[in-house]
Each structure stands twice: as structure tokens, then as C-alpha cells.
Design a protein around this ligand. Structure first.
Ligand SMILES: Nc1ncnc2c1ncn2[C@@H]1O[C@H](COP(=O)(O)OP(=O)(O)OP(=O)(O)O)[C@@H](O)[C@H]1O
Ligand SMILES: [Mg+2]
Length: 269
């Protein structure tokens, strides 16, 4: 299959974007595909989540500004078939510097071209920062699909119409005509609370089959794995979190091969 670029995005902070990007990347890699995890968030949580240090000059940032090749930024991890392009604090200059660059929404798409042509990866996950700023827009312009993690809490759907509107604009203005909503992943699900159940039911009413069947449980093991620089499947293979991300990875791969609704990302079922 041609390389699929998946942006993991939600402008809301702390909803499980990075946890999902890191753990899906690791689980997909264990299933066979070759995976690249591209950390586009200046917080660099995905970078440390797979055990890499933040190193000055190692991020994609200079490449977005037109210097060097993204291929040179790819680093190995301790995990088979999982490579990473780390982030570091220089990425926080993007909102100021990138808009001045020519064709500023397509900088990432352009930088990714040689990576796609190299055919070194089957799936590329892009971990986006918690905003709809220039980095997330670049991720949307470069992606085949957007995966939206939603936390199982009362305000889960708040702000989703804004995200949807931006995706529609990028799609309809021809900035990325292939952009689609690949799926919605429910995170931090607590089966004991009625609130979690209610939120899932409301989100399913809204997004229909685009909500992944697999729900990611709230789990201490998932929260502590990053401090060991390991995705959950390598930190505690037998935990509920590992099992959930393995199932989600399989669901995602099935969906990439056969999307629910190609060329469409209307939130209505
Ligand atoms: N399923 C889960 N169970 C328990 N804790 C979780 C789970 N998913 C994420 N967390 C924790 O919640 C916090 C936020 O998660 P994460 O960093 O993945 O969110 P994010 O959307 O990437 O945040 P940001 O918007 O800051 O980038 C982290 O401390 C993480 O360890
Ligand atoms: Mg994050």
C-alpha cells in the first residue's frame, strides 16, 4: 500500500493525542508495517514517549523552513520497525516564522515528499500540538486522514465543529482535496462511570461509524509508560492499555485499507 499519513489532532489539550500517536505507532509496527512517528509538537512528548532525548537541531523545524531534507531527521528507536522524527523547542517558532514563508501551509507536505518517495514507511503518524495553528494546518495539508482522540468527559465534543470547519475549508479550497476524517478514538474511558457511557453514546450519535469500536481505558500503566520512554506494548504487554491500543491498531489498519466513507468527513453519519 502507498504510505498513509495520519495526523493525530484535536486542538483541545490533554485529550490523549500523544498517548494515542505513540501507542498506535508502536502497535502498528508490531503488526508488520513500517512506521514513522513525526513529532510536530514543541512539547516533544511523543519524542520522549519513544525514549528519545530532545536534541537541538534534530527536529523537522529547519526542514519546514526549507533547509535540509526530512530524510536526514529520521532516527531509530529501540523498537523494531518504528522510527521517529523528534521535536524540540525550536518548533515553537513556527507560528511566527512559518506564515512568512512562501506556500506556508504546504511546507510539511513538501518536506514529506522525499520520505514518501523513499517508500521506507507504510504509515506515518503526525502528533500535532493542542492548537489549530500553523503546525496542525501543515499536518492537515499533508495528511491522508485525521484521527481525532476525544476524551470521555463532559465537554468532549466542544470545539469539534471548529476542527471540522477547518478541515472542510482545507478540503474545499483545494489545499488538500484528499483530506478525510479517518476516525474518532475515545480515550480515558472509564466503564464504571455513567458519564463515560453517555459521552461515548453522544459521540457515536454525532460521528456514527467513524468512531472506532475500540475504546481506550483510563489506565495508570498508560500514564506511566512515557516516563520509561516506552510505548505501552513494550512497557507492559499484558496491561489493558496495551490490549486496547493493539485492537485500535488493527481497526485502524483495516480502515486504512477500506475507509468508512472515502472523500467525506461530514460529522453526520
Ligand atoms: N488512557 C489513559 N489513561 C490514563 N492516563 C492517560 C490516558 N491517555 C492519556 N493519559 C494521560 O493524560 C495526559 C494527557 O495525555 P496526552 O499527553 O496523550 O494528551 P495530549 O492530547 O497529547 O496533550 P497535549 O494537548 O498537551 O499535547 C498525560 O499525562 C497522559 O499520560
Ligand atoms: Mg500531546
Amino acid at each position: 500500500m502507498p504510505t498513509k499519513v495520519i495526523a493525530v489532532a484535536n486542538q483541545k489539550g490533554g485529550v490523549g493525542k500523544t498517548t494515542t500517536a505513540v501507542n498506535l505507532a508502536a502497535c502498528v509496527a508490531t503488526l508488520g508495517p513500517r512506521v514513522l512517528l513525526l513529532d510536530l509538537d514543541p512539547q516533544a512528548n511523543a519524542t520522549s514517549g519513544v525514549g528519545l532525548e530532545k536534541i537541538e537541531g534534530a527536529s523537522a523545524y529547519q526542514t519546514l523552513l526549507g533547509q535540509g531534507s526530512l530524510l536526514e531527521k529520521i532516527q531509530s528507536t529501540a523498537f523494531e520497525r518504528l522510527q521517529v522524527i523528534p521535536s524540540e523547542v525550536d518548533m515553537c517558532g513556527a507560528d511566527i516564522e512559518l506564515p512568512r514563508a512562501e506556500d506556508h501551509l504546504h511546507r510539511l507536505a513538501r518536506a514529506l515528499q522525499p520520505v514518501l518517495e523513499s517508500q521506507r514507511f507504510d504509515v506515518i503518524f503526525v502528533d500535532c500540538p493542542p492548537s489549530l495553528g500553523i503546525l496542525t494546518l501543515n499536518a492537515f495539508a499533508a495528511a491522508d486522514g485525521v484521527l481525532v482522540p476525544l476524551q470521555c468527559e463532559y465537554y468532549a465534543l466542544e470545539g469539534i465543529s471548529m476542527l471540522h470547519r477547518i478541515m472542510t475549508q482545507l478540503h474545499d479550497n483545494g489545499i488538500n482535496p484528499k483530506l478525510e476524517l479517518l476516525g474518532v478514538a475515545m480515550t480515558m474511558f472509564d466503564s464504571r462511570t455513567r458519564l463515560s457511557q453517555q459521552v461515548v453514546s453522544e459521540v457515536r450519535d454525532h460521528f456514527g461509524p467513524r468512531v472506532f469500536e475500540t475504546m481506550i481505558p483510563r489506565s495508570t500503566r498508560l500514564a506511566e509508560a512515557p516516563s520509561f520512554g516506552k510505548p505501552i506494548i513494550h512497557y507492559d504487554k499484558h496491561s489493558t492499555g496495551a490490549a486496547a491500543y493493539e485492537l485500535l491498531a488493527q481497526e485502524l489498519l483495516d480502515r486504512i485499507q477500506e475507509p468508512v466513507a472515502p472523500q467525506s468527513f461530514s460529522p453526520q453519519p
